[in-house]
Design a protein around this ligand. Structure first.
Ligand SMILES: Cc1cc2nc3c(=O)[nH]c(=O)nc-3n(C[C@H](O)[C@H](O)[C@H](O)COP(=O)(O)O)c2cc1C
Length: 186
């Protein structure tokens, strides 16, 4: 017997990200876990309209998505507790820029994606930003034969249901492969 929970979004865990934008001429970072993959080259962000960061993304048409590792949990949580309206959150990090010039990225994060804004979907309380990934940066330490190894990235996972951070478990099967054993019975 299943217990009905009502219409609750249980699509967790999600990676916790730090989204970077230039706001009023300065870099700002905001913690965002409601991120999505649109297709292999584009992403979405669900960002409450009240956030300081939104205006900067709209003004410049750019943003970055930075993946913090579990050891950055305090800085990441802090960027979700305070607003750039009041505090300079960028001072916590070494900031760098790529070709887009207005999408600040965090050197301490093992993975950074520099994005160009494609579309804003206007939800009642949220802006859903859809962006094309223009460039991706990875720290050498998280690569294995040129491919990102998430065991090395140690992404910071987030669940809304209990407002908690989690660590990634172990790799245990090969995709597009482990299911092949069932093709024997087709
Ligand atoms: C773990 C975590 C995840 C969050 N995810 C989101 C999110 O997906 N969307 C959102 O609108 N706000 C999210 N927030 C809230 C914003 O990060 C927070 O309101 C922030 O202070 C806004 O910063 P800003 O005013 O500088 O833009 C999250 C906060 C935390 C701690």
């Amino acid at each position: 017997m299943k217990i009905k929970l009502g219409a609750r979004n249980c699509l967790y865990p999600m990676p916790t990200t730090l989204v970077g934008a230039t706001v009023e001429g300065r870099p700002n970072f905001v913690t965002i876990a409601h991120v999505g993959i649109m297709d292999l080259g584009s992403v979405s962000l669900g960002m409450a309209k009240a956030h300081y960061t939104n205006a900067g993304i709209k003004e410049n048409g750019t943003f970055s998505i930075n993946l913090p590792s579990t050891e950055m949990v305090q800085q990441t949580d802090y960027c979700g507790l305070v607003s750039g309206r009041r505090v300079n959150k960028a001072k916590l990090f070494n900031v760098f820029y790529g070709n887009l010039k207005t999408a600040p990225m965090i050197d301490e994060c093992p993975i950074n994606m520099e994005c160009k804004l494609m579309k804003v979907v206007d939800f009642p309380k949220h802006d859903v930003f859809i962006g094309e990934i223009m460039a991706t940066y990875a720290g050498e330490a998280v690569l294995a034969d040129g491919v990102v190894d998430y065991g090395k990235v140690q992404p910071l996972l987030f669940t809304m249901t209990d407002k908690s951070y989690w660590k990634l478990g172990e790799r245990f099967a090969q995709a597009w492969s482990v299911g092949k054993t069932l093709t024997r019975d087709e």
